[in-house]
Design a protein around this ligand. Structure first.
Ligand code: ATP
Ligand code: MG
Length: 555
């Protein structure tokens, strides 16, 4: 179709052009996490972007651990990252890859540069290197070791590898241009001596490559075509290009930068999340108040909702921060038609129907989701004693309060019309039970049209109800104050981020809900069985999101 308007993001436009120009036959992208923490929503953006492009163009997608810096890396993180990527539905081609498996090739690449006269061993201390580097406004100075012969460099570099020199005493540097306006090009260090045990290679190496040297080589070895990273690497691109050019890779990869995803009033920095975990302020890396992928999963977010969110956000070249309400909108949209609408009373008070025969039980037919017939229906027991929400009753109602109060009639959802006749209070003035009468001809589904009532409330049958703990969440951060304290950089935490309700009553159909299963609780929101703490004896539900939205798409 000639007039078809296809809106493509800037990365897709670059890929289209590269394919048209014949730079590559097939594209290959990658997600390159450092295994030094759990992945968060920002990483999900990178995963879905890279995977999505590979899928769209019929290319390949790699999952590669960027594990060239042994100090902070742990196997625990490798496992959690793989689980998260798989959960998001990003299918990587081939095995999980590790940059550390290319250490030998990286070493050889460095030797190649030395032989070409493009790298040298430098004996300056770290501090001297910094001094010689110059500043943004002043050019750097050449190192006195810059003109060592190829032979001497080859010998010294081999001896660095063999462990003949102390940590930090010598480095290998790329020989580029000490007066380049781009500081990254002023003979950057590409290898250092450091005796560290690596989670994959153990003590095999005592020299480790620097990120800017290692990353392009990893990409080139794997045949990555488009190496997508975030904006802070823009100034490093000339070095990336220099490395792949000098190493003469036949179809060198290209680096493309996009803006990181930031969510308003949400903590995404690994460093901060780690501190919350270590200080015991949250219940581990998957505490449902966090936005790690593990936490979003535990809270009850679905991969589909996260993908929808990323599609709404789009990719861009300029940093901005997205409203968390948009993520909530996506999970609501995703679950709305997929989940059953159940009755659950979170703050219960007894309702007794005085004219309902004692010992009688009726099983009401309840449609699981009025907007999606395919979900079928269920039977819900109804009897004389029920629980209703405490705030669905008022002794002295204000105007426009249409729920229960003495003398008023309401509809019990999927049940009967009831009229409040009386109530009891304890010595503290707390309502302990509410009495009413029901009208047998108003049974739900009977087609009764005799009169209308304005209020409809939900309930559960007391003798059949399942007791549960329900956890309600608010933002972990104090929204008024913002994420970080301006004075000392600490976090402004919201003391009410978690509310635990211990005496909730659920309709009996929820008794065998499994960890990770989610439901709508009518009038309350979407809830998910906690995978960690829930058991048949002690069910625990997390509120994923309430039903009300402050976000409207297209606004
Ligand atoms: P953090 O800043 O949270 O510590 P990181 O960037 O150090 O994260 P890496 O493991 O190095 O974490 O990142 C893996 C990939 O995820 C990189 O390609 C990085 O650019 C990308 N990424 C990290 N944070 C975001 C974000 N907020 N939005 C989009 N992509 C991100
Ligand atoms: Mg990083």
């Amino acid at each position: 179709m000639e007039n078809e308007v296809v809106s493509k993001n800037f990365i897709e436009q670059i890929i289209d052009k590269d394919l048209e120009d014949g730079c590559y036959e097939e594209i290959c992208t990658r997600f390159p996490p450092e295994p030094n923490g759990y992945l968060h929503i920002g990483h999900a953006k990178s995963i879905l972007l890279n995977y999505g492009l590979a899928k769209k163009y019929g290319g390949k997608f790699h999952l590669r651990f960027d594990d060239t810096n042994p100090t902070k890396e742990r196997t625990e993180f490798v496992e959690s990252i793989i689980a998260d990527v798989e959960w998001l539905g990003a299918k990587y081609d081939g095995d999980v890859l590790f940059a550390s498996n290319y250490f030998e090739q990286m070493y050889e690449a460095a030797v190649k540069l030395i032989k070409k006269g493009k790298a040298y061993v430098c004996d300056l201390t770290a501090e001297e290197i910094r001094e010689y580097r110059g500043t943004l406004t002043e050019p750097g100075k050449n190192s006195p070791y810059r003109d060592r012969s190829v032979e001497e460099n080859l010998d010294l570099f081999e001896r660095m590898k063999n462990g003949e020199f102390a940590d930090g005493s010598r480095v290998l540097r790329a020989k580029i241009d000490m007066s380049s306006p781009n500081i990254n090009m002023r003979d950057p260090v590409i290898y250092r001596v450091a005796r560290m045990t690596h989670h994959n290679t153990g003590d095999q190496w005592c020299i480790y490559p620097m990120y800017d040297f290692a990353h392009p080589i990893e990409d080139a070895i794997e045949g990555i075509t488009h190496s997508i990273c975030t904006l802070e690497f823009e100034d490093h691109r000339p070095l990336y290009d220099w490395v792949v050019r000098e190493l003469e890779y036949p179809h060198p990869p290209k680096q493309i930068e996009f803006a990181k995803l930031y969510l308003q009033n949400v903590i995404t920095g690994k460093r901060y999340i780690k501190k919350l975990v270590e200080d015991g302020i949250v219940d581990g890396w998957d505490d449902p108040r966090l936005v790690t992928i593990a936490a979003l999963r535990r809270r009850g977010f679905t991969p589909e909702s996260i993908k929808m969110f990323m599609d709404l956000v789009g990719v861009s070249k300029s940093n901005s921060s997205v409203d968390y309400a948009m993520l909530e909108y996506c999970i609501r949209e995703d679950l709305k038609l997929k989940r059953s609408r159940m009755m659950a009373v979170l703050d219960p008070v007894k309702l007794i129907i005085d004219n309902y025969p004692e010992g009688q039980v009726e099983y009401m037919d309840v449609v699981n989701n009025q907007e999606n017939e395919a979900l079928g229906s269920r039977k819900v027991p109804f009897c004389r004693e029920l629980y209703i929400e405490r705030d669905d009753f008022m002794e002295e109602p204000p105007k426009k309060y249409f729920r229960l109060y003495p003398g008023n009639e309401v509809r019990l959802m999927n049940g009967y019309f009831v009229t409040c006749t009386d109530y009891k209070k304890d010595e503290n003035g707390v309502v302990t039970e509410i009495h009413c009468t029901y009208d047998p001809q108003t049974r739900s589904g009977s087609g009764f049209t005799g009169r209308k009532v304005k209020g409809t409330i939900h309930w559960v049958a007391a003798p059949f109800a399942v007791k549960a703990e329900v956890r309600l969440y608010e933002n972990l951060v104090d929204e008024e104050k913002g994420v970080y304290n301006k004075e000392d950089g600490s976090l402004n935490l919201n003391p009410n981020s978690l509310t635990v309700l211990k005496d909730c009553w659920l309709e009996p159909g929820l008794a065998d809900a499994k960890g990770g299963e989610s439901f709508q609780f009518v009038r309350q929101g979407f809830f998910c069985v906690d995978v960690k703490d829930s058991s048949p004896e002690h069910p625990v539900f997390n509120r994923i999101v309430s039903l009300k939205s402050s976000y409207k798409p297209g606004k």
